[in-house]
Ligand binder design. Structure first.
Ligand code: PMP
Length: 299
């Protein structure tokens, strides 16, 4: 299902490099590093009732990614908080909003790869849009397994939340062609890594499992779900998960800021059949919904 843009987004204002302008006037240079080499890091944030969910965790991950990429003159978390606040105020936005926060290595003096061509400092971009959770969380989604492998630390470490999303986009194209909602990506050993834009969990015999964060993004929602599961006395274990284990799980779901917690109802045509009659996912969803207030930071 292709998500349509909310009509309220027609006149939103965007933050680009210190200015807040109408979306039609929001532009970056063709010499910007993100155009030249996808050389940028990003976060997806969700606004609930006037605050941003898990903001500190997202900003820490952004800082870690920028540090790993050796960005120079990285804005502080406080500077980014101020820019986020100004952008939301300029749009009178308080709820039901998703923010795409991007920090590029900045404009270059001439086209090229070399970061020494970046003498202007990073470019901060904040795109806030009215956007409900992307998936049908009532009825769930179906997925197919992609032939595109998710990056391992051998090539491009998934611990960096960077803008080189081509392998995930190729996987998403495969799921589109197959008529599925998303693509399950495997790691180099053939174990499940994550979906093309969300993390994945299975539930079997009352226990909750998720792949090690070796070849998947260490998702903020993933981390919170592990935390909430353990606080609610469930066994939640990170382990290698084969496709057979995915197919025969009692419940499968994915997690992400864009979609929250979404049941996966079918994988490669296998319907997920809960044989335990003890549904844990609704309890995790409830724990997640109850946690929103606690982890939402007012700006
Ligand atoms: N995996 C990938 C590949 C993603 O791009 C995202 C969202 N940025 C996620 C998982 C979910 O991460 P989070 O819970 O931090 O939104």
């Amino acid at each position: 299902m292709l998500q349509k843009s909310d009509p309220r987004n027609a006149n939103i204002k965007i933050y680009v490099d210190g200015e807040i302008v109408h979306r039609n006037d929001a532009k970056i240079s063709v010499f910007d590093s993100v155009v030249q080499g996808g050389d940028a890091v990003w976060e997806g944030l969700r606004v609930y009732k006037g605050g941003i969910f898990c903001l500190d965790r997202h900003l820490n991950r952004l800082m870690d990614s920028a540090q790993a990429m050796a960005f120079v003159d990285i804005p502080s978390k406080e500077e980014i908080r101020k820019a986020l606040s100004a952008t939301l105020i300029a749009n009178s936005m308080t709820d039901d909003v998703h923010i795409r926060l991007t920090l590029t290595r900045g404009k270059k003096t001439t086209s090229g790869m070399d970061p020494r061509l970046n003498i202007f400092g990073p470019t901060l971009i904040i795109v806030p849009e009215y956007k409900p959770p992307v998936y049908d969380n009532e009825n769930g989604i179906s997925v197919i397994t992609s032939s595109i492998r998710r990056n391992s630390p051998n090539n491009l470490d998934s611990k960096i939340h960077h803008n080189n999303l081509i392998n995930n986009i190729l996987a998403k194209i495969q799921s589109n062609v197959a008529g599925a909602d998303a693509a399950l990506m495997l790691d180099n050993y053939g174990f499940a890594a994550e979906l093309n834009g969300t993390n994945v969990f299975i539930i079997k015999d009352g226990n909750i499992f998720t792949p090690h964060a070796d070849a998947c993004l260490h998702g903020i929602t993933r981390g919170l779900v592990i935390q909430l599961a353990r606080e609610n006395k469930f066994h939640c274990i990170e382990k290698n998960i084969s496709l057979t284990e995915m197919y025969s799980a009692d419940e499968v779901f994915c997690t992400g800021t864009m979609g929250e917690l979404t049941p996966i109802m079918a994988i490669d045509g296998r319907k997920i059949q809960n044989k335990s009659d003890d549904r844990i996912l609704p309890r995790l969803i409830q724990a997640f919904e109850e946690s929103i207030h606690k982890y939402t930071e007012k700006l």
